[in-house]
Design a protein around this ligand. Structure first.
Ligand SMILES: [Zn+2]
Length: 252
């Protein structure tokens, strides 16, 4: 499932293949055509930015904004290579002489004027990017304290308005690394513990950007805990009922 690390890796691969070049844009699927992405055809890709799970490709005064949700993907191919999915299902194809970058699915693919970015409801309410170069964990802890303190730790770190980029996988993994139960309420977690969860998530996600995702310690884990041999449990959490994995013995 795409989280901030997936998006930053996609950004780096897209930049390598496309940046600074004139892009031929096609939208094979009707859903893709409805985004107006073909209006970018023949423009130069100036820069690519990420914020949490959002990817923004800048073409002059326009931005192509993508959010992959649970199921979308960006795939990059050498020109002429066989794709892993049918061409007719691609929402957007960004082509150069050597490469084709293809976007499939997700909740968001749209073209915006650059001038609208700062006012956009989906983008302007995001909290600081967990993978941003100047990430300030203390500032995020202060913001978290102004949010609902009766929500669980697991739900709190998934709230993209507080901190952007952490998804369900790294929520589970960061709570496990810091031995904190994702079921504590925010009020039951000290500032130091909150800070530790954020720093753990950032470290794990930056590693995943550099080296790819590791074998997870607790996420989607079956069998005894990899650390203490205790019972790993899983249960839906929060309004979105995202499945949370945690060890009842060594996380409290
Ligand atoms: Zn354990």
């Amino acid at each position: 499932m795409p989280e901030g690390d997936t998006i930053l890796r996609a950004r780096n691969r897209l930049a390598e293949a496309l940046l600074g070049q004139t892009i031929a844009v096609a939208a094979p699927s009707p859903r893709g055509r409805s985004t107006g992405v073909e209006r970018l055809d023949g423009m130069v890709l100036d820069r690519i930015e990420t914020h949490g799970k959002n990817l923004m490709l800048f073409f002059g005064d326009r931005v192509l904004h993508s959010h992959l949700g649970m199921s979308g993907s960006w795939q990059i191919y050498q020109h002429g290579a066989r794709w892993r999915r049918a061409r007719s299902s691609a929402w957007a194809v960004l082509g150069t002489e050597q490469h084709e970058a293809v976007e499939f699915g997700g909740p968001t693919l749209r073209v915006l004027p650059v001038t609208r970015l700062g006012l956009d409801p989906q983008l302007s309410r995001l909290g600081p990017d967990i993978l941003g170069p100047g990430f300030d964990a203390d500032a995020v802890v202060s913001t978290l304290r102004r949010a609902d303190q009766q929500r669980t730790l697991g739900e709190t770190v998934l709230d993209q308005r507080l901190v952007a980029g952490i998804g369900n996988i790294f929520k589970c993994e960061a709570c496990f690394a810091t031995r904190l139960s994702p079921w504590r309420t925010a009020a039951q977690v000290t500032d130091e513990e909150l800070r530790a969860v954020l720093i753990a998530a950032r470290g794990q996600m930056l590693d995943a950007v550099l080296r790819g995702r590791p074998a997870f310690a607790v996420y989607n884990h079956r069998g005894p805990c990899t650390r203490c041999g205790g019972q790993v449990s899983s249960r839906g959490q929060g309004d979105a009922n995202r499945t949370t994995w945690w060890c009842e013995h060594c996380q409290s």
